[in-house]
Design a protein around this ligand. Structure first.
Ligand code: FAD
Ligand code: SF4
Length: 342
């Protein structure tokens, strides 16, 4: 048995103080952390339960007008976020991405902060009998040359080819959300694009949080792309499965049908949600058409490399991007209650 201390934090300052101690983990919904502790993958000496912190609200930012953004508390559950009427009306892309993930039971417990910080689903990361640089730095990567169906095609390194498994984060990337954190050094805001890391030579670090930093909230900008969006998730079965490839799209069209703003983020393909400014620049100023969607897909997939078992993901992603752009432009978003891709 591995012993650890358990403590409940009652305010953010106390949680941050406790979190600054080495080998501490924050406990939110526990749907990832507890699994990892049971599997002996995570072995914290101190567990700080943050469930009593006052981080459970969803608030309008800058007053309460339709034009302002929303602030999502870190401890709001994924379900309460997805079913909040303001999220449904103004950020249906986010609601759709959340509802594409996990199961209703898990979403009722899993929190927004926990989702951001969930760890990879690489089989070898979970298998403590095999080398894994993310779990045990310097031990090697068993996935390279191993079973790679769920692994990265973009941004991987010679040290790790894992993907980030979140659906929520892919939508947050397309929405250009900001993550609010408090740590021993005070408060700061991290753009979602800078929150998760590529593995490089330090795959044990999933994100740019400093030791002891606590996520307190996620800010959504005013623009939610509620008229032209889609979250298309492709997986091995229609529910309760992580993405092989997912695509979050938000488009803003002018009255004459020209794309004014385009955001496209991919999930399931890299160590972080994947965007390409070149792809988005190709779309902006163009009329929605298959040719321009294909060009955007090529730009997004520039540099994509398969590992053998996941070579299929490159073509899957290419087609998914084109389909998702078409769904968004047509205003016919992917349904998360009827998940068949038409
Ligand atoms: C069977 C199964 C299927 C799943 N399918 C999907 C899926 O399809 N799509 C998807 O996106 N997700 C999926 N998930 C993952 C699920 O969404 C995550 O486990 C969940 O979001 C984690 O939230 P939590 O509150 O339970 O986090 P916890 O398990 O409590 O914590 C996870 C990590 O985040 C850290 N943490 C938690 N809160 C904070 C905070 N505020 N600040 C800093 N660090 C924090 C913890 O220390 C820990 O390291 C699945 C999970 C399971 C078990
Ligand atoms: S891909 Fe990353 S997480 Fe998976 S075995 Fe290699 S180092 Fe570990």
């Amino acid at each position: 048995m591995i012993r650890f201390d358990y403590a409940r934090a009652t305010d953010v300052a106390g949680a941050v103080r406790a979190g600054a101690v080495e080998h501490t983990r924050f406990l939110a919904g526990g749907t990832n952390l507890v699994d990892l502790m049971k599997e002996n993958v995570e072995r914290p000496l101190h567990v700080v339960d943050i469930n009593r912190l006052a981080l459970k609200g969803i608030e309008d930012r800058d007053g309460s007008t339709e034009g302002s953004g929303l602030r999502l508390g870190a401890l709001v559950t994924n379900a309460d976020t997805a079913y909040d009427p303001r999220v449904q009306a103004r950020y249906p892309l986010l609601a759709s991405a959340i509802l594409a993930g996990a199961s209703p039971q898990l979403r009722n417990v899993a929190t927004n902060g926990g989702n951001l910080n969930q760890r990879t689903r690489c089989y070898y990361f979970y298998d403590t009998a095999t080398p894994c640089n993310k779990r045990e730095p310097g031990s090697g990567c068993s996935a390279i040359g191993g079973v790679t169906r769920i692994h990265a095609i973009l941004g991987a390194s010679a040290h790790c080819i894992a993907t980030h498994p979140s659906d929520l984060c892919v939508a947050l990337a397309a929405l250009e959300a900001q993550v609010l954190v408090t740590g021993p050094g005070g408060e700061r805001t991290i753009a979602l694009a800078d929150y998760h890391r590529l593995p490089g030579d330090a795959p044990d670090r999933d994100n740019t949080l400093a030791p002891g930093e606590l996520v307190t909230a996620i800010d959504l900008p005013a623009e939610g792309f509620s008229d032209h969006y889609t979250y298309l998730k492709l997986r091995d079965r229609l529910s309760y499965a992580f993405a092989l490839v997912s695509v979050a799209v938000g488009l803003k069209l002018d009255d004459d049908g020209v794309i004014r703003v385009a955001r496209v983020a991919l999930g399931g393909v890299a160590h972080k949600p994947w965007r390409s400014s070149e792809a988005e620049a190709l779309l902006q100023g163009a009329r929605p058409a298959e040719g321009v969607f294909r060009a955007a897909a090529e730009a997004l997939l520039t540099g994509a490399v398969g590992q053998g078992g996941n070579d299929f993901k490159i073509e899957l992603a290419r087609r998914a991007i084109v389909r998702a752009l078409k769904q968004a432009a047509d205003g016919t978003p992917q349904s998360q209650s009827d998940k068949r891709v038409r």
